[in-house]
Design a protein around this ligand. Structure first.
Ligand code: UDP
Ligand code: MG
Length: 319
């Protein structure tokens, strides 16, 4: 049995401009490693020529290339999930298709794994993203570290290496909306991090808008912790205690000084603040209910249209 030592999993969504440059650097970098490897591209329903380009590449290197074609756009994390389920390697590395992380750094991740780590995360040496993403991600990092037990220095970087055992645990989860580096971290026995390079996007544009980044962080908080809900019960208790004192005070004042009519707008201000907090609380509750709903529906998380792979992969189908 010739086992595959390394699977590299790459989600691809509308990356036609950058794919050739990726191939030109990735294959030589992996050939140099001296391990048996496979590269799994997952085309996440691209609407450009990406899938045609991947098909051509598969024909050029069918020995080490496999391509999973999704029927539609199911998101980066579902694409990686599909990769995990199909991959055969003893170790897996995830990498973005946009060359923001140098493929040559895969060697460093694997070297770190040799030291006995089953999860190797990455920290970007210097980030080349817009300034608001720096600020926002730093804020989210510290909030996340406080309410979940997940300690990832740099959550935004997808260049990461995982051991087969961690991947098996992830594969048994079937989570619908999840954040893979965090999920993997929670299963890792001995995680580590290394510093990797980070460049500006060479071609194409970022698929993440401000909205989807906010969504992602909600998934991260609600998917890995119930602390936000618990904070609401604590807040409710504190406000009840405060209002009890306030009621007692007003009662006494009314008996001594008589009825009052002023302070109307102060009352409004307090009421609006509390309404705001209540609405946020309902929304937060909705986040959890929504997650439960998506989970119990048991719909397929992604749909695969075709898999391009050589005969070697066993159950695989031919082109
Ligand atoms: N991606 C994907 N499906 C999506 C969005 C993105 O497969 O719906 C892929 C994309 O092709 C890239 C990776 O996920 O390989 C990261 O996306 P991007 O570079 O846009 O994110 P950023 O680096 O800006 O966080
Ligand atoms: Mg990117």
């Amino acid at each position: 049995m010739n086992t595959i030592q390394l699977s590299v999993i790459i989600p691809v969504y509308n990356e036609e401009e950058g794919l050739q440059a990726l191939f030109d650097r990735l294959y030589p970098a992996l050939d140099k490693l001296g391990v048996t490897y496979e590269i799994l591209f997952v085309n996440d329903g691209s609407r450009d020529r990406s899938s045609a380009i991947l098909r051509e590449q598969f024909q050029k290197r069918p020995d080490v290339t496999r391509v999973i074609l999704f029927q539609g756009n199911f998101g980066q994390h579902m694409a990686i999930m599909a990769g995990f389920e199909y991959a055969l390697g003893q170790r897996m590395v995830t990498l973005d298709a946009d060359l923001q992380n140098p493929p040559e750094d895969i060697a460093n991740l694997l070297a770190k794994m040799e030291e006995g780590h089953d999860y190797v995360g990455s920290i970007r040496r210097q980030r080349n993203d817009s300034w608001w993403r720096h600020v926002a991600s730093r804020a989210m990092n510290s909030l996340r570290e406080r309410i979940t037990r997940i300690k990832i220095t740099d959550q935004g970087c997808m260049l990461r290496a995982y051991d087969r055992k961690v991947i098996d645990a992830i594969n048994s989860c079937k989570e619908v909306n999840t954040f893979i580096p965090a999920l993997a971290y929670s299963f890792a026995r001995n995680p580590a991090e290394v510093v990797v390079g980070h460049e500006e996007r060479a071609a194409g544009e970022s698929k993440y808008s401000l909205y989807s980044l906010i969504r992602l962080n909600f998934d991260l908080m609600t998917g890995f912790s119930v602390v936000p809900l618990q904070m609401f019960s604590m807040l409710g208790i504190s406000i009840s205690v405060l209002s009890a004192f306030f009621v007692a005070f007003l009662l006494v004042r009314r008996l001594i000084v008589g009825p009052e009519a002023e302070g109307l707008f102060t009352l409004f201000a307090i009421a609006f603040l509390l309404i705001g907090i209540t609405l946020f609380g309902i929304g937060l509750l909705g986040e959890y209910v929504g997650r439960i709903y998506q989970q119990v529906r048991h719909r397929p998380r992604y749909l695969v249209e075709a898999v391009l792979e050589g005969r070697r992969a066993g159950s695989g189908m031919e082109e």
